[in-house]
Design a binder for this molecule. Structure first.
Ligand code: SF4
Length: 198
């Protein structure tokens, strides 16, 4: 089974508790004003990768203890992402955080989404609303909700709702990748830098 992936990160502490590998999928049906990843909104071919190969890649660091799925819109590729986490979990007891622009209620009636939801420990749902970005937590804006679907990450001491924001900038050759949910000031600088370089 194949995934259309915008980017990956093999290990970060900026997207949830512990050391996590991240997959950002390509393509999103929403066009939230102020989206931090506008290049990943178009539904276009990016990197097509087999889930078994991607699982190998994301498990390279032996200290990775969880995956985070973001985008783009993960629910648009729910069956392949469900296959990815199941494949990886055959080798390691990973936790899973997933962002989505859909609301949980919208997904509950969708069989393909339900297959992925059954694997998710924490779902962060809802569209990003720029005017509700309160600079707190692992969600872009205060309307987005944290659902502890399994309870596994509930008592980790990680404050999904109101903890400090954390972002990393990874340099890859002549490209830069922002990892995390950035503070507003960092996001503004990031956008300005992108416009300067465009
Ligand atoms: S749902 Fe997320 S990825 Fe999609 S446009 Fe909104 S902020 Fe961007």
């Amino acid at each position: 089974m194949m995934l259309n992936v915008a980017e990956t990160c093999g290990a970060t502490r900026a997207l949830g508790p512990g050391l996590r590998a991240v997959v950002w999928v390509q393509g999103c049906p929403f066009h939230c004003r102020g989206c931090i990843a506008p290049d990943w909104i178009p539904d276009r071919p990016a990197r097509h990768v087999d889930v078994a190969d991607l699982a190998d890649e994301l498990l390279t660091d032996p200290d990775v203890e969880g995956f985070t799925f973001s985008g783009g819109e993960p629910m648009e590729q729910a069956p392949a992402l469900a296959a990815l986490i199941r494949t990886a979990r055959e080798r390691r007891a990973l936790s899973l955080i997933c962002f989505t622009g859909y609301k949980l209620e919208e997904l509950s009636a969708e069989p393909e989404a339900k297959a992925l939801l059954s694997e998710v420990d924490v779902l962060i749902d809802g569209r990003y609303v720029e005017t509700k970005n309160d600079d707190r937590g692992l969600r872009g804006s205060s309307n987005q909700r944290i659902h502890h679907l399994s309870g596994r990450l509930q008592d980790t001491g990680f404050h999904f709702d109101d903890g400090p924001r954390r972002a990393e900038i990874r340099l890859r050759g002549d490209e830069a990748l922002m990892v995390g949910v950035p503070p507003r000031a960092v996001a503004a600088e990031w956008h300005a830098l992108g416009e300067e370089c465009a």
